[in-house]
Design a protein around this ligand. Sequence first.
Ligand code: CP
Ligand code: NVA
Length: 308
Amino acid sequence: MRHFLDINATDPADLRTMLDEAHRIKAGRGDAAKGVPDDEQALAGKVVALIFEKPSTRTRVSFDVGVRQMGGETLVLSGSEMQLGHGESIPDTARVLSRYVDLIMIRTFEESALQELAEFATVPVINGLTNRTHPCQIMADILTYEEHRGPIAGKKVVWTGDGNNVCASFIHAAGQLGFDLTYTGPERLGPDREFVEEARAKGVKIEIERDPHAAVKGADLVVTDTWVSMHDAPSTRERRHNLLRAYQVDDRLMAGANPDALFMHCLPAHRNEEVTDAVMDGPQSVVFDEAENRLHAQKAIMRWCLGV
Ligand code: CP
Ligand code: NVA
């Protein structure tokens, strides 16, 4: 059974297969002459459950549209409207859903809920974001980097701001795909040490640099995300903003990176908080390509999971 739970839990050769497939799907969509006549029907007769225990725009729409474009059908389920949100256990939910659907995508809170769902499901499970990781996003981001600049191996990525779930999956990708990553942000909001050490053990450079201007020197890609994630208590907002204000991505910070550096953000962005309008809408920004590429990357992930 092929689950897609985390980038560090997926073999690098399989990540490469999915990325190559995503490039091919994007290049050839609707064009049988380019060698993808089967894409439109790859999921024919299949039903995919999309479970959301948190809000979503991109993940919800890109999975739903991706399944439809491949001839399958979706059930979009809100956790709070399922018995899952009213005391039914995750193992029982997994066992029941596996009798009805062919694939489950879940956006949830604890990583342990995702792991438990995968343990008890008899169909593949895809991680659509947890408090700890967001692997589908990073597959789309790597796809985006490659289409603009070629291979990411050996490049320098700088993550600025909160060392959150999206940052964690970028660190996983650094270890698996062989690029260096510098985290710049306050000590209290830094990335998970376990993930940093795990990536370092794979031979890539993962650096921690408190000064954002020193961090971006030589950067090929600058990435940030919201300062308050969906799982963060609203009461922490002011403290987080105070700690993170110095790590905003603005023109001055981008000017310190390599001249051809790209800017990425998984979205939704809080404009003029973690990133200025000028950078979001500027020539180095590829944020809307990232959003589009969720669709292509996830089609490849779903096909890999289902072996179709
Ligand atoms: N980037 C991302 O996952 O966006 P949504 O929260 O809108 O799904
Ligand atoms: N770090 C953000 C990502 C949203 C797509 C969150 O978890 O809310």
